[in-house]
Design a protein around this ligand. Structure first.
Ligand code: SF4
Length: 405
């Protein structure tokens, strides 16, 4: 698929847009003022593969903590750029905490939440001036839940005067896009270069999001940040985000993505990174981690042994990937098949780089392993899982180029 050409924006050590690969980003949910907890979560998100991490900067304690968070991450060798998420008081926080302004690699400005009434334009201008002063890019991030009401009111007024007024939903979509484009225009008039601006127009409805981004991408060359806002929890959030982003990415729209999942209580925040990576990888846009191909199981797999093996191998591959990435070039493209019985097992195993076909109910209790289409060994006994994991390790060591360091 052809990526739509946008203006590249440099954010710390990461490039968004232009011919750069689609960038995965995430956002913390710790209290930013809690330096220890935030450093830990940023580190985990970065280790999982988040290439940018956004943190909320909502008050003085948070702003005062940002430079320390940056320092502590640097000390651990974690160089992931931090993005500051500002609303309402960003202009004051950037003024009072210059170390925060310097430590952040990008500022997110929401035109609908930058200030109320007459303060809106002044405070937006102040935010842009700080971006110019500290040479930082910004994301002008419109969210339909906090849409600038003055833009909406103006467009509704204009719509009411049309001979055939457009539907309300259409006017809403237009207001979201207009808010982003007019804010970008104002920012450039204030001196911010176009290659310092990323735009987003987040909606919570899948069809709305697709319609907005299709239109936005036709009307500007800014790098676009893609995400379904308030996607929801669990499978609903994953499916809705995937449905919306897959269609847009397939059309070449989107330079960086974030999955806005509501975490299940106690769930790991890195899930949003994994989903973003898997959307890109299953679409064939980027590869991050070797993929496990596994069958759904059926009446031929009456024990959960095969599910456990598929899960163990997927977790092992993901766990090893940060280390493998440094040493084994191309390992992220590897496919591993874990199949439940001989019906489709050998076929899928032969097509994968490495595959195992477990014995189904009533079959001889042996598990043939295929490497590059050839049966190399048949495992049996109580240690099939560990032995297969070791075979995968050896395959990685012997098939992928060793990189320095
Ligand atoms: S490969 Fe075997 S166990 Fe898996 S779904 Fe097909 S028939 Fe069932």
């Amino acid at each position: 698929m052809n990526r739509r050409q946008t203006t590249a924006v440099i954010v710390g050590n990461v490039r968004i847009g232009g011919d750069a690969p689609v960038v995965v980003q995430s956002m913390t949910n710790t209290d930013t003022a809690d330096v220890k907890a935030t450093v830990k979560q940023v580190f985990e998100l970065a280790r999982a593969g988040s290439e940018l991490v956004r943190i909320t900067v909502n008050n003085e304690d948070a702003a005062g903590a940002v430079a320390r968070i940056r320092e502590q991450l640097d000390q651990t060798g974690c160089t992931v750029p931090l993005i500051g998420d500002f609303h309402f008081n960003g202009h004051r926080l950037l003024e009072k905490y210059p170390a925060c302004a310097r430590a952040l690699a990008k500022y997110r400005i929401n035109p609908g939440n930058v200030g109320r009434g007459s303060k809106r334009d002044t405070q937006f201008a102040q935010m842009v001036e700080f971006a110019c002063r500290y040479d930082k890019p910004v994301r002008i991030g419109v969210n339909w839940g906090s849409l600038d009401q003055s833009v909406l009111a103006r467009l509704l007024d204009e719509n009411a005067k049309l001979p055939v007024p457009r539907e309300l939903a259409e006017v809403m979509r237009e207001a979201v896009i207009t808010s982003a484009l007019e804010s970008a225009e104002r920012a450039t008039a204030l001196g911010l270069a176009t290659d310092r601006i990323v735009l987003s127009c987040k909606m919570s409805g899948v069809q709305e999001l697709i319609a907005v981004y299709q239109s936005l991408s036709q009307r500007c060359d800014y790098a676009l940040h893609l995400g379904l806002t308030e996607a929801g929890m669990g499978s609903k959030g994953i499916v809705a985000s995937t449905a919306a982003l897959a269609i847009l990415l397939q059309q070449g729209i989107g330079d960086t993505i974030r999955i806005s999942l509501t975490p299940e209580p106690g769930a790991d925040r890195i899930l949003e990174v994994i989903i973003a990576q898997e959307i890109l990888q299953t679409l064939g846009i980027r590869a991050f981690t070797p993929m496990v191909i596994s069958c759904p199981g059926c009446g031929r797999t009456t024990s959960d042994y095969f599910q456990k093996l598929a899960q163990q191998i997927q977790s092992h591959l993901r766990h090893k990937m940060p280390e493998w990435k440094r040493h084994y070039s191309g390992v992220e493209d590897m496919n591993v098949a874990v199949m439940g019985c001989v019906v489709n097992g050998p076929g899928e195993s032969k097509n994968a780089n490495i595959g195992i076909s477990l014995p189904g109910t009533g079959e001889v209790p042996v598990a043939p392993v295929y490497e590059d289409g050839v049966k190399t060994v048949t495992l049996k006994g109580d240690h099939i899982a560990d032995e297969f994991q070791e075979i995968v390790e050896t395959y990685v060591r012997t098939h992928y180029g060793v990189q320095p360091g």
